[in-house]
Design a protein around this ligand. Sequence first.
Ligand SMILES: [Zn+2]
Ligand SMILES: [Zn+2]
Ligand SMILES: [Zn+2]
Length: 159
Amino acid sequence: MALGAGGNENNVRYANIATDGSSIIMTQEQCKHDVRYAGVLNLLHGFGILGAVDVWECAKCGQIWCDEKRLGVQDLPPHVGFPPNEPDSEWAILVCRDGEKLEWHLLQVKKGAKLEHNCEVFNTTCNIEMVDGKAVCDLHKEGHTFFSVKDNINRSIKV
Ligand SMILES: [Zn+2]
Ligand SMILES: [Zn+2]
Ligand SMILES: [Zn+2]
């Protein structure tokens, strides 16, 4: 299916999936996004701030877009547009931890899909899936945690 056929590619999203007997009909809904700054999510570690994520939200369709801010890293250039989000995906923060080693990533996690993750904490590549909000890794039983961005706007997460 060609995304953006007959419309502005940036404003196309899958609105609903209707089943009609044996066939599946997918409809697209156009949203002329009305994007506003929704707030910030802070990542805390110990007594300090590890980083932050700025969040923008469309007041009409509820889609969100994020920018990460890392300590000691220069601000990114001004935001250029709001690219289409992956269908069936959600913004999440992945925290990896092994003892004192810690890293975090801002990601779009697709439902029902395994995410190939090159992990600097465990020094290996593993596959992580989000199951009921939890991180399930094919190699590590512990050490990976997902946090939903949408559920934590204007909150602080302690890692
Ligand atoms: Zn919208
Ligand atoms: Zn990792
Ligand atoms: Zn892993």
